[in-house]
Design a protein around this ligand. Structure first.
Ligand SMILES: [Zn+2]
Length: 312
């Protein structure tokens, strides 16, 4: 039926085109001709256009497994454009614990030894099972520099979970895995002092603070919301301390995320020749407030590259 209406519509367009040379006029005329001469067909056509809009929308629903699927590299999103705030949705309200014991976090996402620690370390004993947190497809199984034996699973909402320092990898790339399915055994491969699971949560290649999205504090394994909006604060390691728990202020709407971004404190990076008084006058903040905000003393030596919060 739909193709019949489209055929009639094409015929009308061709007729209208033959009446004038001006293409803009053609569109106008063909619309007038169609609506006045064939009102019923016009209605049906509108309905069919509406139908195709709906099917287009479902096409637009991303197939995360098909896009940027590369089993050879750790981060296949390196050259893609990302826009903040990021938005992730979940069908599940809980995740499967990646280890079969109480989750003891030994190091958090954040700045550590002057480097970014892009995941959290969960204590385990070598040989402990490591499980996929959600249903998904295994994208990467390899040794990845300091991460040692690593497995990356991409889930159907686009989120990737990274399991590192494994002693054994028990899945192959392109394997479909279920939530809670064993994907390997924990260990100390790569750059690990003691046996632990280094767990990263990535979206479009960007490492996200895992505790912003998931609650690791108990055995309820809660996903904090079905719709989560993420500002760059939660994807920037230096804004967090790997030894301290960051206070989570979850954004579940785009408006909240934009508002939270607007309220964010401004961070200044110390340059050569900077002094506390120069920074304080530049940002119109007293030296006392600057010291208080950043837990430093007036006599503290500033390091080049040091980050200072410059709003009160
Ligand atoms: Zn780690």
């Amino acid at each position: 039926m739909k193709s019949f209406y489209l055929f009639v519509f094409s015929l009308c367009s061709i007729c209208a085109y033959s009446q004038t040379q001006d293409s803009l006029e053609v569109k106008k005329e063909s619309k007038i001709t169609l609506e006045t001469a064939f009102p019923v067909i016009s209605l049906a056509l509108n309905a069919s256009l509406e139908e195709s809009k709906i099917s287009n929308d479902s096409i637009l629903t991303k197939d995360w497994i098909a896009e940027n699927w590369n089993t050879k590299v750790f981060n296949p999103y390196k050259n893609t454009r990302k826009s903040y705030p990021l938005h992730i949705t979940f069908d599940d309200s809980t995740y499967a614990s990646p280890i079969p014991r109480k989750k003891v976090i030994t190091s958090r996402y954040g700045w550590r030894n002057r480097r970014a620690h892009n995941g959290i370390d969960i204590d385990l004993i070598t040989g402990d099972k490591v499980m996929s947190m959600f249903d998904g497809v295994v994208r990467y199984v390899n040794r990845h520099s300091g991460h040692g034996k690593t497995v990356v699973v991409r889930h159907f909402n686009g989120l990737e979970t990274v399991y590192a320092h494994l002693s054994r990898q028990m899945v192959k790339v392109n394997d479909t895995v279920k939530k809670g399915q064993i994907i390997g055994k924990g260990g100390t491969t790569g750059n690990a002092r003691g046996s632990h699971l280094h767990l990263e949560i990535r979206f479009q290649g960007i490492p996200i603070h895992p505790e912003y999205i998931f609650d690791f504090s108990n055995e309820d394994n809660i996903v904090r919301a079905n719709s989560i909006w993420i500002n760059d604060k939660w994807t920037t390691a230096y804004r967090h301390n790997s030894k301290r728990k960051s206070k989570v202020d979850l954004c579940t709407t785009e408006e909240e995320a934009l508002q939270s971004k607007a309220n964010e404190k401004k961070v200044y990076t110390v340059r050569r020749g900077d002094t506390l008084s120069r920074i304080s006058s530049k940002y119109n903040i007293s030296i006392a407030s600057l010291c208080k905000e950043n837990s430093i003393r007036r006599t503290s030596t500033l390091r080049i590259g040091q980050k200072l919060v410059v709003t009160q």
